[in-house]
Ligand binder design. Structure first.
Ligand code: MG
Length: 459
């Protein structure tokens, strides 16, 4: 344990993860279309990260990586970036998670919302260190829709049971907040870990009327407002319970915005969700811990969601899993002393292919849309990745190529027929079966979803 902490007790930890929320979607990250007063306040009283990366530009791999402190390639997700209902694969129960490590040192743990690391019984949150689960276990477009009538209905789960099929999604965030607040009230005296994984702003967007009425950015702005409202509700409850100062809050998003015409933004970056441009993986991240993290700080060093594992273990005094290689680098010295982050290199994988590597300010792209590339960008001067300076810096290219080769040896690179030496196996269920089945006589609520009808930018 680091002496930096000098703590008398373990803090409560609340990790809030949004779905597909882009870098440019919060006012405190430059949005002029969405109002996010509670999140802006969180940033003003904590630390805002400018160079925080998710380990994958899509949902399942991103979430599995964050929870295990490993690149998604290491834990076998290279070919399973997005898991579908009833799929045989899931997060291997042999992997440890943040929740499991925190439980070892007395934390009570709960996840509310989107899991997306496998829906077979052995892969559910309650087999991955969470005492309790309430939520929709995968993406909100994976149930019944007018344009996908054959799909099984969307399950809403409590622990390992489906308690409702195809719930009204307009009310889901309110239910998630209610579950979260109940947990805070019950756990006020024990250290707790709450992982709130929002449904928003993954499409289709179903938004309660009160958030639509004040939105300047259509349904998307309403969904962002609802995320912000949830933050405000949690803050108010922490204040009421008198535990705000004992609680570390981390707010982030699983990947960049689709940035099509729904109102989402990855500004000032290039690219979208599912791409290895900065817009796909560089996401908002705010951490607040009163009295420990100085207010109003900005961290411009490279950091990643995979660093949360070591960070939270150190803060809670939890052991790291024995005989297990992780990719996690603790951020404790950055959070508590404002020191630079220790991560200098970040690998961008899309599926089984290494597409880019960042070292310091430099990013080398190797592969995109089945094409080998010779591209080098300086992210400090050219955050939009527009000015390819590959020809001008052969020494930087050579340095990055050495890093890339090391990464390939560990995690593989399919296009070069390179198999990673450090890859562990994803979990595989012997007899996979969807959580719900379509019954044509059942009066399910059908989610109406037609992109043509989606509100774009409101006036
Ligand atoms: Mg996502």
């Amino acid at each position: 344990m680091s002496d930096t902490l000098n703590r008398t007790s373990q803090p409560n930890i609340i990790l809030i993860n949004c779905d597909d929320l882009g870098y440019g979607d919060l006012a405190c990250y430059g949005s002029r279309r969405n109002d996010t007063p509670h999140l802006d306040q969180l940033a003003a009283t904590g630390m805002r990260f400018t160079d925080f990366y998710m380990a994958s530009p899509v949902c399942s791999a991103s979430r599995a990586a964050m929870l295990t402190g490993c690149y998604s390639q290491r834990i076998g997700f290279a070919d399973y970036q997005v898991l579908f209902p009833g799929q045989a694969q899931g997060l291997n129960p042999k992997e440890s998670t943040i929740a499991r490590q925190l439980k070892l040192v007395g934390y009570d743990t709960k996840i509310v919302g989107k899991w997306h690391c496998g829906d077979q019984p052995e892969f559910l949150p309650t087999n991955h260190g969470f005492d309790e689960y309430f939520g929709i276990p995968f993406s909100n477009d994976m149930g019944r829709q007018v344009n996908r009538l054959e799909s099984p209905p969307l399950p809403l789960m409590r622990n390992d049971e489906v308690i409702q099929q195809q719930p009204d999604q307009r009310g889901i965030t309110e239910r998630y907040v209610d579950e979260s607040l109940q947990f805070l009230r019950r756990e006020r005296k024990a250290p707790f870990f709450l992982y709130l994984a929002h449904m928003y702003v993954h499409v289709p967007l179903f938004v309660p009327k009160q958030f639509m009425e004040t939105s300047r950015n259509g349904a998307y702005g309403g969904a962002v407002a609802c995320i912000d409202w949830a933050m405000g509700m949690i803050e108010a409850e922490l204040n009421r319970l008198g535990i705000k100062d004992d609680t570390l809050i981390i707010f982030t998003s699983d990947n960049g915005s689709r940035a099509r015409d729904e109102g989402g933004s990855n500004a000032p970056f290039r690219g979208t969700k599912a791409q290895t441009w900065e817009g796909g993986q560089r996401v908002p991240c705010i951490m607040r811990w009163p009295g420990k993290i100085a207010a109003g700080m900005t961290c411009e060093g490279i950091a990643s969601s995979i660093d949360l594992f070591a960070t939270l273990a150190e803060i809670a005094g939890a052991p790291l899993p024995p005989d297990t290689t992780l990719d996690s680098i603790s951020l404790v010295e950055t959070l508590l002393k404002g020191k630079p982050t220790k991560r200098d290199v970040f690998a961008y994988y899309r599926g089984p292919n290494l597409e880019a590597v960042r070292k310091g300010d430099w990013k080398r792209h190797y592969f995109r849309d089945a094409q080998p590339l010779f591209e080098l960008y300086n992210l400090r001067d050219d955050v939009g990745e527009r000015n390819n300076v590959y020809e001008n810096h052969p020494e930087i290219v050579a340095e990055l190529d050495i890093e890339a080769e090391e990464i390939r040896q560990a995690f593989g690179d399919r296009r070069l027929d390179c198999t990673g030496a450090e890859v562990r196996e994803i979990g595989v269920s012997a007899h996979p079966k969807p959580l719900t089945e379509y019954d044509e006589t059942h009066p399910y609520m059908i989610a109406y979803y037609d992109l043509a009808d989606m509100p774009t930018m409101a006036g």
